[in-house]
Design a protein around this ligand. Structure first.
Ligand code: RUQ
Ligand code: CUA
Length: 665
């Protein structure tokens, strides 16, 4: 979390033979510290009075929590922490039998990941409020969160990939979201993968995968992969407007180092931005070009009518090789170890942010096309043409600050770049490339976000900084401190700090969208008559208990304020008990919980109209209670039951009942 991006004491930026001495590299700390200047009306600008709604949703990466969190803006109020790549005891996600398949991979059940970059689905290049994608960096995956339910709908594993960082950026109509591998690796058959690490140059390759989400269901599959030279791929963004049909990726480690990258991957003055013609790639796929290669992966999808996740396992992928399909991929030199790769709202300009560069290069799409047409190259890199830097560049932003990472855009022709090392946001003009304003961030900003700021239609209004370090910003909480977001107004010429709010996990990228584009989609409850779960009980009369060998299945219902059945006997040590709980409520915001003594996983939190299953293996003889965990009514504390567990081999008859009204007296 607190690991600085740059940790070498001495950085040699070859660009101008410039030495930067950056001690400890945690980012320079502006010396204003706690006496940050905040304008007198800042409070009024972020005040959302009790009972009213925020104007924007802000979807923020949960970083190493593996989740996606949702805040309201401008208040900074946290609305929800959506479980995605990590199990969540709050809701039973990843613990209930129905959600376990969501986390299945070729490595088995993987209950954790490191999530980085939320990306909203788009229609015609504009965020549409339907889905939010997010990548899992560690065991390469992409998730699709449905913004009707604010739940993870689908997760796909990415084969032939290691460190899914350059992901999950979308094409303008969400035909594809992409995954570029951070780490290159050897791929193919087992013997092709079992090679010496020092054979990196010969054997290690990267891939970019194009993942297609089905518009209706949100099921995902891999349409094709483009194979690339061995390097590290960091971030990307799609072209739009004039550059629609292209994708741009930042690449570092063009040194092809495989050890001590801190030094060995910082040798060259320039690495690359990779330009990839995805419409061409799609055409080649349709023409049957490329070849099928081994690439096993899981595609997991939550079926909302059975309330159960399903896994589909695929064995191979179609790979396109740009060394054969010559007009697919081009490299453009980019100073130095680029991280962010951002495209302005018109699609004309591509901004590469070199972590070790003392300037920000701005590439011009028209010039890129001209250079390709004229074969204006300076050579090739591993068989891929490298265009001449001078031919493709619009210009450079001079002296922007130290450690540029990411750039977002407003609707007035301005760009905003985060500076990790000098810990600031720098605003500059896309037309003149002049720096217009800078504000400190507290501290060590990584990503930043403007509502719609990576799309064709930025809504503007705010820029939010996502910071790595918060020393002295909040009340101390032991050795581990909160990460944070900071909200700045960008309405005027000068950026103005309005608010700090802590975040969960490390906030990498984020997206923000007007709430009015999301709210109309909200699902308030699931219709009980449409529930197709195999163990549903659509009313108390359908509840029952059945033994199948050592498995005991309980069809159970909940409604304010009781479970049916609530007295169960005849369970024995050695049994596996499956509580299939259907919440019969048909009203918004009335979940019931289910917890049982000795449960080794989590509770269940079951939404109205939904069925979820908790597997419980009793370990002790006796009568154990279960209860509702969600304070659902005045008699919530009465919402309880008992299960009797007898020794193995016991003859106690299996039965489940709810006794009559006077049974308790
Ligand atoms: S990366 S700073 Cu995934 Cu920029 Cu977070
Ligand atoms: Cu149901 Cu408390």
């Amino acid at each position: 979390m607190k690991r600085p991006l740059l940790s070498t004491a001495l950085l040699l930026t070859g660009a101008g033979g410039l030495f930067l001495l950056i001690n400890s590299m945690q980012g320079c700390r502006p010396n204003t510290t706690t006496q940050t200047v905040v304008g007198g009306d800042a409070a009024a600008k972020t005040y959302v009075k009790p009972g009213s709604y925020d104007e924007f949703y802000n979807f923020v990466s949960g970083g190493f929590s593996g989740q996606l969190s949702v805040y309201g803006l401008p208040s900074g109020r946290m609305l929800r922490n959506i479980p995605v790549f990590s199990v969540n005891p709050e809701s039973g996600y990843g613990y209930s039998e129905e959600t376990k398949p969501m986390l299945m991979t070729t490595h088995g059940f993987i209950p954790w990941d490191d999530s980085h970059h939320p990306e909203l689905s788009q229609t015609d290049g504009i965020p549409d409020g339907k889905w939010c994608f997010i990548n899992g960096n560690n065991t390469p995956r992409i998730a699709l969160v449905d913004l009707g339910t604010f739940r993870t709908q689908s997760i796909i594993e990415i084969p032939n990939c290691a460190g899914n960082h350059s992901s999950p950026f979308t094409t303008p109509n969400s035909e594809y979201v992409i995954s570029g591998t951070r780490f290159s690796i050897p791929m193919g058959t087992e013997s092709e993968r079992d090679v010496p690490i020092e054979s990196y140059r010969e054997n290690f390759k990267g891939t970019v995968s194009f993942i297609h989400p089905e518009p209706e269901s949100g099921k995902m599959s891999i349409a094709f992969q483009v194979i690339t030279p061995g390097m590290n791929f960091d971030l990307s963004h799609t072209g739009k407007g004039v550059s629609d049909g292209w994708f741009f990726f930042s690449c570092y480690n063009s040194e092809q180092a495989y050890s001590l990258l801190e030094v060995n991957a910082s040798q060259r003055d320039k690495d690359f931005i990779m330009a990839l013609n995805w419409k061409k790639a799609e055409q080649y796929m349709k023409e049957g070009k490329g070849r099928k290669v081994p690439g096993k992966y899981y595609s997991n999808w939550y079926n909302e009518s059975t309330h159960t996740a399903e896994s589909t396992i695929m064995e191979e992928v179609l790979q396109l090789d740009p060394r054969e399909l010559k007009d697919l991929v081009y490299f453009m030199p980019c100073p130095k170890s680029p991280h962010g790769c951002d495209v302005d709202p018109t699609g004309q300009y591509i901004v590469g942010s070199g972590k070790l560069a003392a300037l920000i290069p701005v590439f011009d799409f028209t010039k890129i096309q001209a250079a390709i047409a004229a074969n204006d190259v300076e050579g090739d890199f591993m068989g891929i043409p490298v265009l001449k830097y001078e031919s493709v560049i619009k210009g450079e932003v001079k002296k922007p600050g130290l450690g540029p990472l990411h750039t977002e855009f407003d609707h007035k022709g301005n760009a905003y770049t985060s500076m990790f090392v000098s810990s600031e946001i720098v605003k500059w003009s896309l037309s003149t490339l002049e720096v217009l304003d800078r504000v400190p961030t507290y501290y060590s900003i990584g990503h930043l976000c403007i509502p719609g700021g990576d799309s064709k239609k930025p809504w503007g209004k705010y820029v939010i900084a996502y910071n790595k370090i918060t020393k002295d910003r909040f009340l101390p909480t032991g050795p581990e401190l909160a990460q944070s977001a900071q909200l700045y107004s960008i309405d005027g010429d000068k950026m103005e700090l309005l608010l700090d709010f802590p975040t969960i996990g490390e906030p990498h990228y984020a997206q923000a969208i007007p709430a009015d584009l999301v709210k109309p989609r909200e699902v308030k409850f699931f219709k009980i008559e449409e529930n197709k779960h195999p163990y549903v009980a659509k009313g108390e009369k359908e509840t029952k208990i059945e033994r199948k060998g050592n498995q005991v299945h309980v069809w159970m219902t909940s409604i304010r304020s009781h479970f049916t059945p609530d007295n169960i006997e005849g369970v024995r040590i050695g049994d596996e008990v499956y509580f299939h709980l259907t919440n019969l409520e048909q009203d918004w915001d009335v979940p019931h919980g289910f917890a049982i003594k000795g449960a080794a996983t989590a509770e269940l939190l079951v939404m109205p109209g939904e069925t979820q299953t908790l597997k419980w293996i009793p370990e002790q003889v006796g009568v154990l209670p279960f209860y509702c965990t969600d304070f659902c009514s005045a008699l919530h504390q009465e919402m309880q039951g008992y299960i009797r567990v007898s020794p193995a081999g016991s003859k106690v008859e299996l039965k489940a009942e709810t006794r009559s009204v006077d049974a308790g007296s």
